[in-house]
Design a protein around this ligand. Structure first.
Ligand code: SF4
Length: 74
């Protein structure tokens, strides 16, 4: 599973890091969502691959994002 956050359109609502704090967090410098460092793809803060035990919550966060900017590819 690959996750992408369209950070340019993040509203910093906090739903994703509240829903799946082991995978998403707020980037302190700009207040927008980013992938936690250990799960990033090629160091990209906007892309990551959740381990099996975090796939469900990453998907839930994507489903709950009020502006639907978290995309998930199987
Ligand atoms: S749920 Fe969506 S809008 Fe809210 S902080 Fe996360 S990525 Fe940004």
């Amino acid at each position: 599973m690959k996750v992408h956050i369209d950070r340019d359109n993040c509203t910093s609502c906090g739903t994703c890091w509240d829903t799946c704090p082991a995978f998403f967090e707020m980037k302190k410098e700009d207040g927008f969502s980013q992938v936690i460092e250990q799960f990033r793809l090629n160091g990209d803060i906007a892309r990551g691959t959740p381990p099996d035990d975090l796939e469900a919550c990453a998907q839930e966060a994507a489903d709950l994002c009020p502006v639907q900017i978290i995309s998930v590819d199987d």
